[in-house]
Design a protein around this ligand. Structure first.
Ligand SMILES: CC(C)(COP(=O)(O)OP(=O)(O)OC[C@H]1O[C@@H](n2cnc3c(N)ncnc32)[C@H](O)[C@@H]1OP(=O)(O)O)[C@@H](O)C(=O)NCCC(=O)NCCS
Ligand SMILES: CC(=O)OP(=O)(O)O
Length: 331
């Protein structure tokens, strides 16, 4: 069974309430209709009922719950709760009341107040505009030091990773992580590989150098990050710095990184910065025609996941199924 079929099946076993705040986007509404039809999750759409119905056309959304954040019953409660959260940053109650009318902020407050289980946004909003409210309202999980993101990449007809399934991180959030932050991203991604995909993570810390073949501040950062990650999580199969061919291809690994416990068989690729990560996932998606599910966040107190503005309806369905599975395990 494919990765995404597994996620859908798991999601169906205990249906979660997932908020979609971008409810006038046709791809989001098409996804909502598929999610309801396939019984993957209960769907909460945020927006004006008439506008949503107009945008939806013939789509069957009869089972979706629609909440208008401009005139919501809980608007006052959410405004007060948001004000309490952000008053130390100088926000007034009036500003809080305005802010929670925004569908993304309203959706986040639904999660904060336990009125929903997960949220998916980003078909219209940039990553910053999806993740910033999550960082402000939902915040990091108690055990997490840093929030980061990953993509589950499913590459057709590929022997790399686990039969073409790999986890790429961080492709969406942390712009230039230092060595300490990069080590946290690696460890969190290994845990995500294990908890979400039930696969043993084999982690490669990527660079343009393999085991000292080049030397600069950039390679030194990755070497330090790998050392820190090994120190903090010695049980992990993790190595670096290494080039992506050494990480994936056994023949190249034998030449460039003999004796490495991760080279040649990596299924978790940790990119050194956001330029590399974002370009790397989009290249794989477009040139290798891979499915790219994400950005999925790790380290937030509740499951809030992002999308690329270039996503298709089926990508949104996939990310909602993943969000529902994360919500099940967080309960
Ligand atoms: C997401 C992003 C906007 C957060 O940036 P920011 O400017 O630090 O935002 P803010 O300063 O408003 O931070 C919001 C809160 O989250 C916290 N925070 C920021 N990044 C964090 C992280 N990675 N992990 C945990 N907390 C974080 C901040 O400390 C702040 O907390 P506070 O408001 O309670 O004090 C920023 O990292 C970003 O723009 N990343 C790139 C996104 C992008 O363009 N991706 C490319 C396409 S996918
Ligand atoms: C994840 C990502 O790159 O998002 P977008 O394409 O919307 O910038």
């Amino acid at each position: 069974m494919s990765f995404i079929e597994q996620m859908k099946q798991k999601a169906r076993s205990d249906k979660q309430n997932i908020v979609l705040p971008e409810a006038t986007d046709l791809r989001v509404l098409q996804a909502a209709s598929i999610i309801l039809q396939e019984q993957i999750a209960n769907v909460i759409l945020i927006g004006n009922k008439d506008e949503i119905r107009k945008a939806a056309g013939d789509l069957d959304l009869a089972e979706a719950i629609i909440i208008d954040s401009e005139h919501a019953e809980k608007g006052q409660e959410y405004a007060q709760a948001f004000y309490e959260l952000r008053k130390s940053k100088g926000i007034t109650l009036e500003q809080a009341a305005e802010q929670v009318k925004d569908p993304v902020y309203f959706g986040m407050m639904m999660l904060k107040q336990n009125d929903a289980d997960g949220l998916v946004s980003g078909a219209i909003h940039s990553t910053a505009d999806t993740v910033r409210p999550a960082l402000q309202i939902i915040k990091t999980a108690p055990e997490a030091k840093l929030v980061s993101t990953f993509f589950v990449m499913v590459v057709p007809d590929s022997e790399y990773g686990h039969n073409g399934t790999l986890l790429f991180a961080d492709c969406a959030l942390n712009e230039n992580p230092n060595a300490e932050e990069l080590s946290e991203i690696a460890i969190a991604s290994a845990h995500s590989m294990n908890s979400l995909l039930d696969l043993t993570p084999v982690v490669a810390m990527l660079s343009y150098s393999t085991f000292g073949s080049a030397k600069s501040e950039l390679t030194e950062k990755v070497i330090r990050a790998a050392a820190l990650a090994r120190q903090k999580a010695p049980e992990l199969l993790l190595d670096g710095e290494m080039q992506v061919d050494a990480a994936l291809v056994q023949r190249v690994a034998r030449l460039k990184a003999p004796g490495s416990k991760a080279a040649g068989q990596a299924n978790v690729l940790i990119f050194p910065d956001l330029n590399a990560g974002n370009i790397g996932y989009k290249l794989t998606e477009r040139l290798a025609k891979a499915q790219a599910y994400g950005p999925i966040t790790q380290g937030l107190a509740k499951p809030i996941n992002d999308l690329s503005r270039g996503c298709k309806a089926e990508d949104i369905v996939g990310v909602v199924a993943i969000t529902a599975v994360q919500a099940q395990s967080g309960k």
